[in-house]
Design a protein around this ligand. Sequence first.
Ligand SMILES: *[C@@H]1O[C@H](CO)[C@@H](O)[C@H](O)[C@H]1NC(C)=O
Ligand SMILES: *[C@@H]1O[C@H](CO)[C@@H](O)[C@H](O)[C@H]1NC(C)=O
Ligand SMILES: *[C@@H]1O[C@H](CO)[C@@H](O)[C@H](O)[C@H]1NC(C)=O
Ligand SMILES: *[C@@H]1O[C@H](CO)[C@@H](O)[C@H](O)[C@H]1NC(C)=O
Length: 333
Amino acid sequence: MRTLQVVVLLCWMALLCSAAPPTPNVTCSDDSEAAAARLALHRINQNHRHGYKFMLWKIKSNTTEKVEGGCRIELELDLKETKCHVVNPKPIEECGIRSSGERVVIANCTVTVEVYDADFATQYKCDTKQEISQSEMSRMCPDCPVMLPHTNPTTLSYIQQAVKEFNKNSSEENVYVLQEVGRVTSGYMMEAGMGYFFEFLMVETDCKKDSRIAHPACKPLCFDRAHHFFCTSSATTRHGLGKLNCESYPPLNTEPRGPGEQPKCDYAPPSRVGPPAPSSGKVGPPSHKESVPLIHPTPQVDHVAPPPPIDPCHISLSKSNPALHPICPFPLP
Ligand SMILES: *[C@@H]1O[C@H](CO)[C@@H](O)[C@H](O)[C@H]1NC(C)=O
Ligand SMILES: *[C@@H]1O[C@H](CO)[C@@H](O)[C@H](O)[C@H]1NC(C)=O
Ligand SMILES: *[C@@H]1O[C@H](CO)[C@@H](O)[C@H](O)[C@H]1NC(C)=O
Ligand SMILES: *[C@@H]1O[C@H](CO)[C@@H](O)[C@H](O)[C@H]1NC(C)=O
């Protein structure tokens, strides 16, 4: 499992590097704050390798200070999470944000942009949270859906079921496996019991669908070579899994490989990122036997294991809200 996870991370970076739009330019002129904010947002999204892209919502404050050879711009920014997963090639402006009923995620960031000639250095720290906290929301609207941790066993089992059905139904040649849970919300529904709404990302593997290899042994293709499917679906305790709505993203790199060239996931990391630090043994993928109840038990269980919870920010998982994909500080602590 550990190897698989590393492969995934390395490929992920190749994707984001090749997908990077041109970097906005910043000068030390009087009106450089807006440009500096755009640059900061660009860097934040470039370094953000999980969950959703963010858009700039508000520049809360800015100060510019002249320094030797350039200037230092300090910004306080409010960002909002968009509906585009980070692998979605759409430009941020076209992504759209969620309505308040969908539980909006925001981030407030303290950013420093240093400008030297045409060279920029950015540093930032963000707090990622729900726009309206869970407790505030349950006071205002007790019946509104709440966000659940990505590792919620009930939803994970629905998602695994959805991945299985996707593989059964799709006309794709290759097997897909779960890459990441995007978000999960849940609420009580009069007619149907508990309702679950979820979004997840699947990645193409090296297994052909008609091969008899057990799906957990299938290796995801390099991120820039893989197709992805981003899916939304829902389930209720009364009716089970609902319809699956999926969007496909083509591989970014379609150049044919040279003769005899082995697939390898090259990357140039824009920041210090690597496999997650060895966990204490406490945090880990929920084991099927323990915590993932099967909704529709089948005699032959070949559920695909969910990706283990990744600690993207190298901070204790317990410190970040497990229902969100937080923006990690840069540089990492
Ligand atoms: C930034 O400046 C460089 C060189 O001056 C230029 O080539 C590049 O196109 C500019 N980028 C944008 C996004 O304007
Ligand atoms: C930067 O701050 C000044 C006042 O401190 C304000 O007038 C200006 O509009 C701000 N710029 C941006 C882009 O928010
Ligand atoms: C975000 O906002 C809160 C409350 O205003 C503040 O205490 C915190 O320092 C801010 N975080 C960052 C990273 O700017
Ligand atoms: C798979 O196909 C069957 C039959 O066409 C359909 O009933 C089912 O809803 C499909 N599953 C998904 C997840 O779309």
